[in-house]
Design a protein around this ligand. Structure first.
Ligand SMILES: *Cc1c(COP(=O)(O)O)cnc(C)c1O
Length: 365
């Protein structure tokens, strides 16, 4: 038996007609950048998230970076970033010229440990970037209290958490802005690169849009030294075809996660922990074990695809040698890096696939 780590086939089969119609519509209209598809998706995604503004951009990294830039963050500023995240969160900060200050995660939730934020604050700190990693919402109440007390911005990294809820409220509107990625493998994925920033602040929304469009407020008039990062019509049309199915597809991920959690029962395997405040969307189903590499090899030999998120923490990446961190500085992030193993998780996974993974793990010697 073979169970891939991820497959888009069940989703693509189901939405085949909608996706082909979306292509036809854009191609027939023969208009590819900044048009009605983008405007339409932006409106629908803002409505879905319960916010006033959505700005389609080229990818998730830009969605975060442009939000930070629009907030005026740059050289000499510090931004608090979890030590356990995908590199893009830190890159969004360093591209503005600011410095990411890393904070250890909670070993149970993999997300930023809210008790460790205050000690990381200095007079240079401008913002906190909570990352709802693996689709698990961060503990937002303490983060919002800290931001208020120390006068900091919050920019949520929602790249893995489309539709996740914290205490019944959708993630993405807890701070000044939030960035989403629609990379194909994300819970809401385009058929290529795409992203969006959401906000309730009109001035900020205008600035983000200008920054992603060569810094121009109207054609050939440039008020900022901007980037070229726009959501193209084709991707916007594909996203509009998929958005109405997001909740249902997240529900399916929850069902798969529940089956895993109920079924996996091995003394060496730690299953994901879901706090009471969280309604996760399971972008990734990550277990932990001290014998991670052994388990990975065993599962791969049984035809089960796996992944590791993330084997080399941000502070140990070569590109960030200049930040001055060293091995041992973030033992919890390092431990997650050495022990986390991601199991197959995708819309359309069959029960027999899930059970094969469960049984394989439970039979592991
Ligand atoms: C995917 C991802 C991003 C970046 O999104 P791209 O669209 O690939 O640029 C940022 N942060 C996190 C946590 C991600 O998983």
């Amino acid at each position: 038996m073979r169970v891939p780590f991820v497959s888009f086939l069940p989703m693509e089969k189901e939405l085949d007609k909608d996706l082909r119609d979306a292509f036809e519509r854009v191609y027939t209209n023969s208009w590819y950048i900044e048009g009605r598809e983008d405007a339409n998706f932006e409106k629908n995604f803002a409505d879905y998230c319960g916010v006033d503004y959505c700005i389609g951009v080229g990818n998730g990294l830009d969605a975060l970076m442009l939000a930070l830039k629009a907030l005026g963050i740059g050289e000499g500023d510090e931004v608090i970033v979890p030590a356990n995240t995908f590199i893009a969160t830190a890159l969004a900060v360093t591209y503005t010229g600011a410095t990411p200050v890393l904070v250890e995660p909670d070993i149970r939730t993999f997300n930023i440990d809210t008790n460790r934020i205050v000690p990381a604050i200095t007079e240079k700190t401008k913002a906190i970037m909570p990352v709802h990693l693996y689709g698990q919402p961060c503990d937002m109440e303490p983060i919002m209290e800290i931001a208020k007390k120390y006068n900091l911005y919050i920019v949520e990294d929602c790249a893995q958490a489309h539709g996740a809820k914290y205490k019944g409220r959708l993630i993405g509107s807890f701070g000044e802005a939030a960035g989403f990625s629609f990379y194909p493998g994300k819970n809401l994925g385009a058929l290529g690169d795409a992203g969006a920033t959401i906000t309730n602040d009109e001035t900020l929304a205008k600035k983000i849009r200008a920054l992603g469009n060569y810094g121009s407020d109207y054609k050939y008039h440039h008020i900022y030294e901007g980037n070229n990062s726009r959501l193209d019509e084709m991707q916007a049309a594909f996203l509009s075809a998929k958005l109405p199915h997001l909740n249902r597809m997240n529900e399916e991920r929850r069902r798969i996660a529940k089956r895993y959690i109920d079924g996996i029962n091995h003394p060496d395997v730690i299953k994901p922990y879901v706090p009471n405040y969280a309604e996760p969307v399971w972008h990734i189903f990550g277990i932990r074990t001290d014998r991670r590499d052994e388990l990975e090899q065993y599962l791969n030999e049984k035809g089960i695809g796996t992944n590791k998120h993330y084997p080399i923490p941000v502070h140990m990446q070569e590109c960030y040698k200049n930040l001055g961190y060293k091995v041992g500085d973030f033992p919890i992030a390092e431990k997650i890096g050495m022990t986390e193993l991601s199991l197959p998780m995708f819309y359309g996974m069959k029960n027999e696939d899930i059970d094969y993974v469960i049984n394989s793990i439970n039979e592991w010697k």
